[in-house]
Design a protein around this ligand. Structure first.
Ligand code: PMP
Length: 452
């Protein structure tokens, strides 16, 4: 590490409290100071390259410093950087919603803007709650969610999540939600396989609805892919059944597509795999190609109309964020949608996805500690187990993910394993050669930690 990098890392360590980590670890592994990015790579101030195979927290969709997205933001920047979004609006936001209407599941036609994923989840919950409050069912005050689910880390979002790693300490602050046993296809309690089951596990949802639907406003799920849980994938049939159950019991379905939207799962949205329309959909991350903090809560005419009345009736949705509808975010998002369409990114990514998964199977499949290599779109996740038979998680007495991360980094690969799950979630326009490179480095890093 150069003197310059060392000095920057020391200044960083002196005052910056980084998110979601133990700052003491920085004594041993100081911050890598990134100077610039290009395509799938990040470059530090010493010129070392890191292949960003996790899309920087799953948001970078089309590479770093993508020339078209850069140009769109720069053009917007010289016109209007920000404006209050109540009573005032701007053409870039109006154009953006016109473009979103073309790609979203049919029926999602109203858009409420915010500035990060968690905030959009808070909005979705409040919207669902208020919807029933003013449509004659004020007893519907609770929420359902799936175990192992993750929806962000603000209090409301945390309390519809089920991951103790993030939530345990704050439980006394949380809402009393109903946690429904999620599908667990790798360790199916019914002994079925993901691709030909009848979602026998859906009985857990049926039981919860039979017991609690009357007091429930909405159920929130990560459709098809539970990301933070270790990229757990479940069948589209589950979502179709959930849509029907929500209709039967008059419970709103909230799809958190923050991590899955914009082609990550091979289709534009994960809900498209099941051909369903949720009542509320949260989008963020890849929405702006990972450039700008922006999220949108998409909903239906039915919901919107329940809030539409004379001001003195008090039905308006009193929720705002300073940066809602930020023009720079909208400009980035417009460029993303244009690139996806014009460059046929999803079609090309599908072809690469097949190649990538096959190559991963070839490289990792025979390792005695590799359990499932699950995949959807370009997302692949390798779950490490004690042995293939028992499927018991690989012993996590040491910090397995962190150890593998530390081994991969000096070799030029940015991984961020989730416990005993090594995952890949690259930008959709990554080259095949870079996918190959990621496999070689990840395998070496893994074997240095757990052996061959
Ligand atoms: N929902 C899901 C499914 C997510 O993956 C995330 C972020 N990882 C969030 C919500 C929260 O988004 P943010 O970090 O922007 O608050």
């Amino acid at each position: 590490m150069s003197k310059h990098a060392e000095e920057l890392a020391a200044r960083d360590f002196a005052h910056i409290w980084h998110p979601c980590c133990q700052m003491k670890d920085y004594e041993e592994l100081p911050s890598i100071i990134i100077d610039h990015g290009k395509g799938a790579y990040l470059y530090d101030v010493d010129g070392n390259a890191y292949l960003d195979i996790i899309s920087s927290w799953w948001c970078n969709l089309l590479g770093h410093c993508n020339p078209q997205i850069n140009a769109s933001i720069k053009k917007q920047l010289d016109k209007l950087e920000h404006v209050i979004f109540v009573n005032l609006s701007h053409e870039t936001a109006i154009e953006l919603v016109d473009e979103l209407l073309k790609v979203l599941p049919k029926g999602l036609t109203k858009f409420n803007f915010a500035d990060n994923g968690s905030s959009s989840v808070e909005i979705a919950l409040k919207m669902a709650f208020q919807y029933y409050y003013q449509t004659g069912k004020p007893k519907k005050q609770r929420f359902m969610c799936l175990t192992e689910g993750y929806h962000g880390e603000t209090i409301g979002a945390l309390s519809v999540g089920s991951m103790d790693l993030f939530a345990q300490i704050y439980k006394p602050m949380m809402m009393n939600n109903i946690h429904v046993e999620a599908p667990d296809c790798y360790r199916c309690p019914f002994g079925k396989k993901r691709d030909n089951c009848q979602c026998e596990c859906f009985q857990f949802a049926e039981k919860a609805f039979a017991q609690y639907a009357e007091e429930t406003a909405a159920i929130i799920v990560e459709p098809i892919l539970q990301g933070c849980a270790g990229m757990r994938i479940y069948p589209p049939l589950y979502l179709q059944k959930l849509r029907q159950l929500c209709d039967k019991y008059d419970v709103l379905l909230i799809a958190d597509e923050i991590a899955t939207g914009f082609g990550r799962t091979g289709k534009m949205f994960a809900c498209n795999h099941a051909d369903i329309t949720p009542d509320i959909m949260c989008i963020s991350k890849a929405l702006t190609g990972g450039y700008m903090p922006m999220s949108i809560v998409c909903t239906t005419e039915k919901l919107y109309n329940a809030f539409y009345d004379d001001y003195n009736k008090g039905k308006q949705f009193m929720h705002s964020h300073t940066y809602a509808g930020n023009p720079l975010g909208c400009a980035a998002a417009l460029a993303v949608l244009k690139i996806l369409r014009e460059d046929k990114i999803l079609e090309k990514a599908q072809e690469k996805a097949a190649y990538f998964h096959e190559a991963l199977e070839k490289a990792f499949g025979d390792h005695p500690n590799v359990g499932e290599i699950r995949h959807i779109g370009l997302i692949n996740a390798i779950e490490l187990v004690k042995d293939k038979q028992s499927k018991e998680p690989y012993p996590t007495d040491k910090r397995l993910g962190y150890e593998i991360y530390k081994k991969a980094l000096p070799k030029g690969l940015l991984l961020r394993p989730l416990g005993n799950v090594i995952y890949f979630n690259p930008p959709l326009n990554i080259d095949k050669a870079d996918l190959d490179r990621a496999i070689v480095i990840a395998k070496t890093a893994m074997e240095e930690v757990i052996g061959r």
